[in-house]
Structures are given as C-alpha cells and as structure tokens.
Design a protein around this ligand. Structure first.
Ligand code: SAH
Length: 240
C-alpha cells in the first residue's frame, strides 16, 4: 500500500485531511480516487490504514479504517552526531541512516569541519524533508528529527546509556567489544568526525564526558560511510 505522511494526524478522529505536497501527490501525480486505500504515517510512530473519501488537488480527505503502532522501529535508539561533511553529503548520510534505523541526527561542528552551518533554516528544513522521505520509503511510521547544528564541545551527552566515538586512532577497542560490554543498553549516541578526523583533544574531551572511543576496523572509512557502517553493525548486534 502507498504510504503518505499526515502531519498532525488527529489521533482520536477517524477523518484525516491531506493538504500541500502530499495531497498533490495523491490526487494529481498518482491520480488516486475515492475508494482507494493508503497507509498514513504521522511521523511520531503511529500508522493508519485509510480509504480516500474525496480527492482534490489541494485537499484529500480520508477515512481511517485501522490504526496501529508502526512495526519498523528498532529496540535500541541510536542518535547520530555527525560532524558536518562537505557539500551535499549530509543528505546521503541522513537518508541512509534513516533507512538503517537511526532515532535522531544531530549535525555537529568540530575543529576540522570545513563546512560551517549557514545560520538560515533552509538546509535544516531540507534535511528534515530528506528524513521524512526516507522514513516513508523504508516503512517507518517514526520520522527521525534532524536537529539544529551544535558545536561538538557543547553537545549534550546526558541521557545516553552508551556514548561511542568512532575514532580513527583507536586500535584496541572494537565496536563489537564496546557493545558486548553493555548488553541491553537502550539509548546509544554515536559520534562521527569530519573528513579531516578528530583532533586528539576533542576525543579526550568526549572521553572525559563518559564517551568510549571505538574502532570501526582496519580501514579508514569516509565520514559519510562511517555512520552507516556503524549503525548497521549496531543493529546487527542489538536487533532481536
Ligand atoms: N582524515 C582522517 C580520517 C577521518 S575519517 C585520517 O586520515 O586519519 C572520518 C571519520 O570517520 C573519523 O573521524 C571517524 O569518526 C570515522 N572513521 C572512519 N574510519 C574509522 C575507523 N576505521 N575506525 C573508527 N572511526 C572511523
């Protein structure tokens, strides 16, 4: 069944109205009509089966026929702190990590970041749209939020059962080891450096705040590869 995003979907009511892009997609692009059935997701974890009642270009009305919690969420919530990569790569990181089950993405600015956050919200809006599209495509009813960029030395690491810093200079502790030392942990933060890597003082600072440095293996991965690789391995280790 086709999936559509219904922001602010009334959790109590059985009528949902789509407007804007989603309405246009249903009516003008896909030419769906009254009686056709779709799946609606609210972005917060709920999905509904619904039947189209009326379909106009700017307004599609649907009747909810079944409502349930989305089934595609991992048990372990992983938040990705991604140091800003160069042009365009952040969108790829967000798309792939959402598919792989990330819970939230926090763009971070570290000393060796070449790109600085622009200060306007266009990019943030675009990144959240990428997250929404990826969630829809991969069957999630929860849309991971992409937060406003923060400085690496100011990130809030409280509230995570495990903070893992992917560190290219770590040769002893593997990701597998770090995860096996903390079985059953429900909230994990993972931190990925930019193209130029972390300065040693940055890694030390995260360790002082309770973080653990881990190696992702013998090869140096590109910054945009590291988050996806780490997430896939965490899911492999923790998914039941
Ligand atoms: N320029 C650096 C590499 C940076 S790779 C160098 O040549 O040493 C970008 C980021 O990806 C790193 O900061 C780290 O967070 C992650 N990363 C890449 N490969 C890794 C590995 N083998 N182990 C741990 N982290 C890795």
């Amino acid at each position: 069944m086709r999936r559509f995003f219904a922001e602010n979907m009334e959790l109590a009511g059985d009528t949902v109205v789509l407007t804007g892009d989603e309405a246009r997609h249903v009516s003008a692009v896909l030419r769906m009509q009254a009686g056709d059935r779709v799946l609606l997701i609210d972005g917060a974890g709920t999905e509904c089966e619904a039947e189209i009642v009326s379909s106009k270009e700017d307004r599609v009305e649907l009747r909810v026929t079944a409502r349930r919690e989305g089934q595609a969420e991992p048990e372990t919530k992983v938040t990705l702190f991604q140091c800003l990569p160069k042009q365009g790569k952040m969108e790829v990181v967000i798309q792939k990590c959402v598919e792989l089950g990330v819970h939230a993405v926090v763009p971070a600015v570290s000393r060796r970041c070449v790109v600085k956050p622009s200060g306007n919200d266009n990019k943030l809006t675009r990144w959240n749209k990428v997250s929404q599209e990826a969630a829809k495509q991969c069957g999630r009813a929860f849309v991971p939020e992409v937060m406003r960029p923060v400085s690496l030395d100011k990130i809030d690491l409280s509230g995570y059962g495990l903070v893992l810093l992917a560190y290219e200079n770590e040769s002893e502790r593997s990701l597998k080891q770090a995860l096996r030392e903390r079985p059953g942990v429900s909230d994990i933060a993972i931190i990925i450096g930019p193209e130029g890597g972390f300065e040693p003082a940055e890694a030390e600072d995260i360790v002082k705040k309770g973080g653990v440095t881990v190696s992702l293996g013998k090869r140096i991965l590109r910054t945009e590869t590291a988050g996806m690789a780490m997430l896939a391995q965490i899911m492999y280790e923790t998914e039941s």
